[in-house]
Design a protein around this ligand. Structure first.
Ligand SMILES: Nc1ncnc2c1ncn2[C@@H]1O[C@H](COP(=O)(O)OP(=O)(O)OP(=O)(O)O)[C@@H](O)[C@H]1O
Ligand SMILES: [Mg+2]
Length: 492
């Protein structure tokens, strides 16, 4: 047990933990014999007895020292966590008040630290107790990242590489897991809390955390260098139209047009790449829906937060361990049609549910919305065609296209640009069929004009000069959009 803390040969760090003398708990045989390959400690954390050799003369660089101090703290934490699990009555934990539990942890930790002859300064002790509290009650190192409201995504590539996204920028976090076992333990804790399992025979899982965050994990051996985890954090206050406009996601004219389009019940598809802001855009667009309408939402992971009162939310369900009990988005959608919806919103159309979505859009559920994974409006149409083909529907391509052309009115293209900003780069209307081809017209776009020295993209939203195909409908519904919003503001 003691050898766990033995640093690799040559590393000038001593074990942080020393078993209490004559306790009988630690097996002396497992202790590393003092040798030249295990030099004496340069430890600051542990108080060394007088009999120990003096500190090594060579002073490590501050960064190096910092790293080693962290490693030692991490070792101490692992040991203390083990002790806590042995000592604490886990069943009683569930009902314990936070302050009570913290006090209990602090007391057990103090005792153990004393036993291990480890002395920490006040700050280290506070951090340690906080971390232990998170280990015992929550998700260990992930807790701080989950609590940080600035972080929108957490991406873990094995225990030592955690990346976080803040304000559209991905950076490596200095938070790490002790090792793969530690990471796996936390993954297991997360997925078992939502009644799922992940192991070698079932190496990936997609789930929703208790706070609404989206969670995906893939574990070895499929994940080659350690478990891969992606967490899309749940934003308590979803970005609204005004927020998105203030971030430069689209222009006021575009917002005005979109309001009319949604209110007049055009069928809208938000298309975009991974993390481009599709769900956020869909959610913001939904705010234009009238409060009197009955809306049903269907998602694989419930992320949408609609403001209306009359909303029914559905979430698909994966099969259980025996492969039974799955409820797909398609099942939900078929059932939704019997639930008298005014509008249906499917979080993301990615498979066979496309058939029912198109049918719903074509049969009286105008104003339905969904997102798809595609890089342009044209690409989005091809995606829809492919999905129909893959759903095993034997239909001539022209028939599929005409079904799409009459179902979909509008494609909003979201994009995450290279500077990390997310913008609505294009709004395109589907106007019908010309021969075998679906005809469409772009109304608004983000025109790139250059690049600032710091890599920020310079650009402007502009109309293309094309008038909306749905102008008459807008007028009939009481939305008299001024012609000026369709006039280009930059030369195209
Ligand atoms: N215009 C924006 N400005 C700043 N942040 C944004 C913007 N749009 C979305 N975000 C943030 O980007 C993250 C990803 O957004 P969202 O979940 O909407 O993307 P997505 O395209 O649906 O992703 P996925 O493909 O994984 O489903 C979220 O944290 C969201 O809050
Ligand atoms: Mg999404």
């Amino acid at each position: 047990m003691f050898s766990r803390y033995k640093k690799p040969t040559g590393e000038p760090v001593a074990p942080v933990q020393r078993p209490a003398p004559a306790q009988g708990a630690a097996k002396p045989a497992a202790q590393p014999a003092p040798s030249a390959s295990a030099p004496p400690p340069a430890a600051k954390l542990a108080t060394q007895p007088a009999s120990r050799p003096p500190q090594q003369p060579a002073q490590a660089a501050p960064a190096d020292r910092d790293k080693k101090r962290k490693e030692r703290l991490s070792d101490i934490k692992v040991e203390l966590h083990k002790r806590l699990l042995d000592t604490l009555n886990l069943a009683a934990l569930e009902h314990a008040a936070e302050s009570e539990l913290r006090a209990e942890i602090a007391a057990i930790a103090s005792e153990a630290l004393e036993e291990m002859s480890v002395v920490l300064n006040r700050e280290e002790r506070a951090t340690l107790i906080q971390d232990l509290y998170h280990e015992v009650t929550g998700l260990g190192p992930l807790e701080t990242l989950l609590k940080d409201d600035e972080i929108s995504d957490i991406l873990i590539n094995g225990p030592h590489n955690i990346f976080v996204e803040k304000k559209g920028k991905l950076t490596q976090s200095d938070v790490t897991f002790k090792d793969e076992k530690h990471l796996l333990r936390i993954i297991d804790k997360i997925v078992s809390a939502v009644g799922r399992r992940v192991d070698e025979s079932n190496p990936y899982v997609d789930a929703r955390l208790a706070d609404g965050s989206r969670f995906n994990a893939m574990v070895p051996p499929v994940a080659v260098d350690g478990s891969l985890v992606s967490i899309r954090k749940f934003k308590k206050d979803k970005l609204g139209i005004r927020d998105l406009m203030s971030f430069g996601a689209f222009s006021e004219d575009m917002a005005e047009y979109l309001e009319a389009a949604v209110a007049c019940r055009l069928n809208v598809i938000v298309s975009g790449g991974t993390g481009s802001g599709k769900t956020t855009t869909l959610n913001a667009l939904s705010s234009f829906i009238d409060n009197s309408e009955r809306i049903l939402t269907i998602e694989d992971t419930a992320e949408l937060q609609l403001q209306q009162v009359h909303v029914g939310r559905m979430e698909s369900k994966p099969p259980n361990v025996e492969g039974k009990g799955a409820v797909t988005q398609r099942d939900c959608l078929r059932n939704a049609l019997r639930m008298r919806p005014d509008r249906i919103i499917v979080g993301e159309t990615r498979g066979e549910e496309v058939i029912d979505m198109l049918q719903a859009m074509n049969t009286g559920h105008d104003g339905s919305m969904t997102t798809i994974h595609a890089n342009s409006a044209r690409d989005g149409i091809s995606r829809l065609e492919n999905m129909v083909a893959m759903a095993g529907i034997e239909m001539p391509l022209k028939a599929v296209r005409s079904q799409i052309a009459s179902a979909v009115n509008l494609i909003v293209q979201a994009s995450r640009l290279q500077d990390g900003s997310r913008r609505m780069v294009s709004i395109t209307e589907i106007t019908g069929m010309e021969g075998d081809v679906i005809s469409m017209q772009e109304l608004f776009r983000f025109q790139r004009l250059g690049l600032e020295p710091d890599g920020k993209i310079i650009g402007k939203f502009t109309a293309t000069g094309v008038r909306s195909h749905y102008s008459t409908r807008f007028k009939q519904w009481g939305y008299d959009l001024p012609a000026s919003i369709f006039e280009p503001s930059v030369s195209l």
